[in-house]
Design a binder for this molecule. Structure first.
Ligand code: DLZ
Ligand code: SF4
Length: 517
């Protein structure tokens, strides 16, 4: 008699941000040869104080993904949070015992923290890691582009990516519309020019309702108001969100991409980054859909280009920068920013209207759009010299789409200039005038954006000049800062001293700290 064939099965670990069928962790995976392990574990859920929305979104999306895999015939070992597992490594060990699999595989994680920890994992069977193919460029490709270059500017990397994927090109391979970048047309401020579409509300199914209850119970101390849960938790739902965005918002996305609005946290933004970063949406598919909307005449080129630049350009570029410079990147703090993060970053209790609005919606919803993050919150942190590590940990915790590969370069490099200009050719520092121009927050603020010193002066103004003064030596040599440095240098010594001293007092009031001068 011939003995029945014993199948050599592989156990595949699928992480909470690897929820893509047929790609990433599941590349070439078949139910005939692989079992799956997924786990909701304490270590991942608490390494920073993640927003409740982020935890609920990931847990619910993981549970939906588990059910989809089971429907495809996979054996899935799933450990819900209620089972009290601490670590992913522990989950793999349990699943190995239960399944009797003869090897373990895992797609490389998105964060260095876990990457490092995984390099020390060992099991009773061979453990193999492989590259994540869900991005449009690889770390090796980025390194080949970056090696030997003096400056690693996103714009040049983006053009290479446009050519690689043939996106927004004329037939002869040149940029559609004769320009690679339409950013100059995408900077309009908000003055309630037009109605902002109401986002469709979602029906929550039983899985999501259960997860919300769990998160309310187990993560009560984390920020987030789950009575306003607004995220889709499956690829199908994420697709529907993308379609809604393309149909209702994309045409205005470009124009108002840098705007700040009292009346809406979302404006015309896509809210697709959380879906992209967890694998529910595919970046190339998203870019193709947006390009098609332009080619069909449904949206202007500047809108499509502005959007595609974020996904094909920025997103890939920041990931490239992260893996190129980690782990040293996380230690950078060239401006010596050490002031303690004020408590009101966790409560939104500040009388600066722009800051209050950005913080309140961030804490409640886990969402802030690019300009709120960069030019309101990040700009304040930069001007105030808030501790780089603390600010980065805060950004990583509060946003639904924040994974370190994308969060760290954006916060440390772009917003805080902590890398001394590896990413951005000048600090994104701005006074109240910029915030006033971009939106309508100043109208309802106790401060006056036109005043630099004296009662009621907008804090951003004196802090801006104080920052310029404090970092003169470094900024003087930057040609992009020449105009502003000359403006400062040619002022009377008395005037400068008054502004700096007002800035010092303002800072001491808003973010008290003995450590920083
Ligand atoms: C963010 C997150 C959270 C909150 N919880 C889990 C979890 O319980 N299990 C899991 O597999 N992944 C989780 N994640 C996502 C991981 O933190 C993410 O995969 C790593 O940070 C690597 O990017
Ligand atoms: Fe923000 Fe200053 Fe405007 Fe107030 S006045 S909303 S603090 S920019």
């Amino acid at each position: 008699m011939i003995a029945p064939e014993v199948k050599q099965q592989t156990l595949i670990l699928v992480l909470g941000d690897q929820l893509s069928h047929g790609r990433g962790a599941l590349k070439n995976a078949s139910p005939d040869t692989a079992c799956i392990v997924m786990a909701e574990v304490k270590e991942e859920a608490t390494y920073v104080r993640h927003n409740k929305h982020k935890i609920a979104f990931i847990f619910s999306a993981m549970r939906h993904f588990r059910d989809e895999l089971r429907a495809q015939g996979f054996q899935v070992y799933y450990y819900p949070f209620e089972e009290g597992l601490n670590s992913l490594q522990g989950a793999v060990e349990l699943a190995l015992k239960a399944s009797g699999c003869s090897s373990v595989r895992c797609c490389e994680p998105g964060e260095y923290r876990l990457f490092k920890s995984m390099s020390e994992w060992a099991f009773s069977v061979p453990f193999e890691r492989f590259e994540d193919d869900r991005f449009l460029s690889t770390p090796a490709e980025f390194a080949a582009w970056a090696d030997g270059r003096k400056q690693l500017r996103m714009e040049y990397f983006y053009r290479i990516m446009r050519k690689k994927y043939g996106l927004l090109l004329e037939l002869d391979g040149t940029a559609a519309g004769g320009k690679w970048n339409f950013d100059a047309e995408n900077r309009k401020g908000w003055r309630s020019q037009k109605p902002i579409p109401d986002r469709p509300s979602l029906e929550l199914d039983e899985i999501t309702t259960d997860v919300i209850e769990l998160v309310q119970r187990e993560f009560a101390e984390h920020p987030g108001d789950l009575s306003q849960f607004y995220l889709s938790v499956s690829a199908e739902g994420a697709e529907a969100q993308l379609s809604w965005f393309i149909d209702h918002c994309l045409a205005d996305f470009g124009t108002y991409q840098d705007a700040l609005a009292e009346e809406s946290p979302w404006l015309f933004h896509g809210l697709v980054s959380a879906y992209l970063n967890t694998g529910l949406l595919d970046p190339l598919d998203v870019c193709n859909r947006v390009e098609a909307a332009w080619r069909d005449g449904r949206v202007p080129l500047a809108a499509a280009e502005g959007f595609i630049r974020q996904v094909l350009g920025w997103r890939e570029y920041v990931r490239g920068m992260y893996w190129y410079y980690m782990p040293d990147y996380a230690e950078l703090n060239v401006l010596g920013a050490k002031r303690a993060l004020p408590d009101w970053f966790w409560t939104a209790e500040t009388d600066m209207r722009c800051m209050h609005k950005a913080l309140a919606q961030t804490l409640e919803l886990g969402y802030g759009h690019h300009i709120q993050r960069l030019m309101v919150i990040g700009n304040f942190a930069l001007l105030a010299g808030l501790d780089v590590e603390q600010v980065c940990a805060w950004f990583l915790a509060v946003y639904i789409d924040a994974f370190e590969w994308v969060e760290l370069p954006n916060t440390l490099g772009m917003a805080l200039h902590g890398d001394g200009g590896l990413m951005a050719s000048k600090p994104y520092a701005a006074s109240g005038k910029y915030i006033q121009r971009q939106g309508d927050h100043c109208r309802d603020c106790v401060y006056d954006p036109k005043k630099v010193t004296g009662e009621g002066a907008c804090p951003y103004n004196s802090l801006y000049w104080r920052f310029i003064d404090k970092h003169q030596a470094r900024l003087k040599s930057n040609p992009r800062m020449a105009l502003i440095m000359r403006n400062w240098e040619t002022r009377e010594a008395d005037t400068k001293a008054t502004i700096v001293s007002w800035g010092d007092d303002t800072l001491q009031r808003l973010a008290p700290d003995q450590a920083e001068g």
